[in-house]
Design a binder for this molecule. Structure first.
Ligand SMILES: CC(C)(COP(=O)(O)OP(=O)(O)OC[C@H]1O[C@@H](n2cnc3c(N)ncnc32)[C@H](O)[C@@H]1OP(=O)(O)O)[C@@H](O)C(=O)NCCC(=O)NCCS
Length: 165
């Protein structure tokens, strides 16, 4: 798929870097409690040093993350996949967009580019776990793949999106 332009003027996308730790922590601090809960399925007041290292020092193949950056250099969205250790053709995906930019196409923009990278890395399926009422996340996955399988476990919805279709 061809790279598509940002749906919001002034945003650029790039892979996450080790020197994004402070910006990533700042982005979490600005997220609403609701968005944090939808992303992590738990409260997340801050990242530990170990978590920041894990989230920013990625190999781009088994663990890849794309960030959207605004004109000030702030990270305003993150899309990430982590390859399964038991099924190398599968990876768990998660996307989060700053509250003030949600609903403007940024999540879809990032998600489609992440899916392209995953395909190039030999990943055939994205899995995603979300609250059952998270319509935006469901629609985003629908934009990434027309072939979704849904199941429910312990109060959450699990989606498997076929990237090959
Ligand atoms: C889920 C999330 C990443 C989607 O990103 P986004 O930039 O807001 O979404 P987009 O603008 O690209 O819209 C994606 C789809 O969701 C729909 N949508 C967006 N916000 C919505 C809302 N509040 N309610 C219902 N649908 C919504 C859009 O209409 C679009 O559907 P369409 O393509 O059929 O028109 C973002 O809302 C977010 O960060 N939420 C909190 C964290 C989270 O839930 N992460 C998902 C974990 S898997």
């Amino acid at each position: 798929m061809l790279a598509i332009g940002s749906p919001v003027p002034g945003l650029t996308v790039r892979p996450i870097r080790p020197d994004d730790k402070a910006q990533l922590a700042a982005g979490l601090a600005l997220l609403s409690e609701a968005s944090i809960y939808r992303r992590f399925l738990a409260p997340k007041p801050r990242f530990t040093t170990t978590e920041l290292r894990y989230l920013t020092e990625v190999d781009g193949l088994d663990h890849a993350a794309l960030v959207a950056v605004d004109r000030t250099g702030a990270l305003v969205a993150v899309g990430r996949y982590v390859r399964s250790q038991t099924d190398p053709e599968s990876a768990e995906v998660a996307v989060v967009v700053a509250d003030h930019l949600q609903g403007r196409g940024v999540g879809t923009w990032l998600g489609l580019q992440l899916a392209d990278r995953a395909r190039a890395a030999g990943i055939l399926h994205f899995t995603a776990i979300m609250l059952p009422d998270n319509t935006a996340a469901l629609r985003l996955l629908t934009r990434i793949s027309a072939h979704l399988r849904t199941s429910y476990h312990d109060g959450v919805r699990e989606l498997i999106a076929d990237l090959a279709a």
